[in-house]
Structures are given as structure tokens and as C-alpha cells.
Write a protein that binds this ligand. Structure first.
Ligand code: HEC
Length: 233
């Protein structure tokens, strides 16, 4: 198995672990249509969390496939996803425990009461803060699973893994924050925390820390760039 296949398999494994509690049965992406296959073999549309996670996985697999010039990348990725999902069905009990723990962690990703962030959500943040944020965006040491923000969201102006909601200034609604943490809308720093805890499988950053402020300030500018607006990057 090549290095890239191995990386893809691990990423898909992690992604399917995250959705294991919402998609306990076999989940797969067939011809771009997300389906959930239950134990009795019937299929139903996949619930939103699983769908968005698999969307990201296939998005990522496609990007890697293109980079490697592999026409069959998507087919392979589907096969892997299928295998992983089957494995996860067995581990369902444990995954449910994790889901409960995550529900209780929603406080950790929400701004504390009377909190005033050390960055501006309108932009105009110091160049130093943005440079630090950009560096952290590619820093795999922030996660426990070898991923950096850029692993999923791209780098060098290649903003990927973002949905149309990202075109609106913060705070706004993000499907993942809503479905996994029950948040109606998120500030940029709260979304950084959501991604720290969920896809990065790490502890949230300390509120008021330079790391959190700089990543959030950087996200404000990436949001503007994504929306095709003037930005400071
Ligand atoms: C394993 C992949 C993965 C990693 C790693 C990851 N994210 Fe995310 N991120 C997602 C997914 C999935 C979404 C949800 C897309 C949606 O619901 O619109 C998301 C959404 C976001 C959004 C919200 C976009 C919007 O619509 O407003 C921001 C901002 C963001 N991530 C920042 C980060 C930062 C900062 C890091 C690193 C600390 C990070 N992400 C790491 C997968 C990832």
C-alpha cells in the first residue's frame, strides 16, 4: 500500500469514527448519492452529519486522486470507507460513549460568559496575528491525529472543505457546529474550537490565548477571501 493510500485510509477511518454514532450501520457514497444501509439491508438517505463528513472525505479523496493522477481514486476511497464503516458497526458501543462525552463538551467550544476576544471579527487585525494564524493553520502538532487545519481546508489560497455558509461574515450558522454541538451560530474562534475538538481530536485552545486569537483572526480573512471580498492575506 502506498504512502498516499495509507494516509487516505487513515483519514477515512478517522472520519467514519466521527460519524459512527449517527451512522452505526454501513454508510457509503454511491455515485455521489449518500446512502445509509441498515442492518436489514434497506437503504435510506444518510443523515446530515454523516453526509457532510463523507462529502468531505470524498472531496479530499478526489483532490488527492487528481494530484496523483489516479483515475480510480474515488472508487478505492469508497471501498475503504465501506470497510471502515463495517468495522465501526462492531465498535458502536464505544462510539456512543464518545458521542455523549462530546455532547458534554459543547460548553468547551462556546465563548465563556462576558468574554472579549483578542481579535476583531470585522477584520483589520495586526499583520503579526495573521502571520501567526497562517503558520498555525498548517501545524500538525495542534492535533492528536497528525492532521492540520490545512489537511482538510487547503493552503496557499486553495480554500477547500468549506461550504456555502462560509460566504457569510461571522457569526453565522455552520452545519457541523449545529449538528454536533447544538450551536445555532458560531463566532470564528468558536468554530476554531469546534474543529480542534472534533476533526483534530484535541483539547480546545485556551480562551484568550494567542493561538486561538491568531487562528480566529486568520479565519476571518480566509472567510473574506472565500467570499471574494477584499482581504488582508
Ligand atoms: C478532518 C478535517 C478537518 C480538519 C482537520 C479541520 N476541519 Fe474545519 N471543518 C471541517 C468540516 C467537515 C467542516 C464543516 C463544513 C460545514 O459544515 O460547512 C469544517 C468547518 C470549518 C469552519 C467553518 C466554515 C463555515 O462554513 O463557516 C472553519 C472556520 C474551520 N473549519 C476552521 C478550521 C480550523 C481553524 C482548523 C484547524 C484548527 C480546522 N478547521 C480543521 C473539517 C476539518
Amino acid at each position: 500500500m502506498s504512502y498516499h493510500d495509507d494516509r487516505r485510509r487513515k483519514l477515512l477511518s478517522r472520519l467514519s469514527r466521527q460519524v459512527a454514532y449517527t451512522a452505526p450501520a454501513l454508510a457509503l457514497v454511491a455515485g455521489g448519492i449518500a446512502l445509509q444501509v441498515s442492518a436489514d439491508g434497506t437503504t435510506a438517505p444518510l443523515d446530515p452529519i454523516a453526509e457532510e463528513t463523507l462529502w468531505l472525505a470524498s472531496n479530499r479523496a478526489e483532490a488527492e486522486g487528481e494530484a496523483e493522477g489516479e483515475a480510480e481514486a474515488e472508487g478505492e476511497a469508497e471501498g475503504e470507507a465501506e470497510g471502515e464503516a463495517e468495522g465501526e458497526t462492531e465498535a458502536e458501543g464505544g462510539a456512543e460513549g464518545e458521542a455523549e462525552a462530546e455532547g458534554g463538551a459543547s460548553a468547551a467550544v462556546t465563548r465563556p460568559a462576558d468574554y472579549s476576544p483578542g481579535y476583531s471579527e470585522e477584520g483589520g487585525n495586526a499583520a503579526e496575528l495573521l502571520a501567526r494564524g497562517e503558520a498555525l493553520y498548517s501545524d500538525t502538532s495542534l492535533s492528536t491525529n497528525g492532521l492540520s487545519c490545512a489537511s482538510c481546508h487547503g493552503s496557499d489560497g486553495n480554500d477547500m472543505g468549506y461550504k456555502a455558509t462560509f460566504e457569510q461574515p461571522f457569526p453565522h450558522r455552520v452545519a457541523m457546529a449545529n449538528s454536533q454541538f447544538g450551536m445555532a451560530e458560531v463566532h470564528a474562534d468558536e468554530m476554531v474550537q469546534v474543529c480542534m475538538v472534533a476533526p483534530m481530536e484535541a483539547e480546545p485552545l485556551a480562551w484568550g490565548s494567542e493561538e486561538l486569537n491568531s487562528l480566529a483572526a486568520y479565519m476571518v480573512e480566509v472567510q473574506k477571501r472565500f467570499a471574494g471580498e477584499p482581504h488582508d492575506l
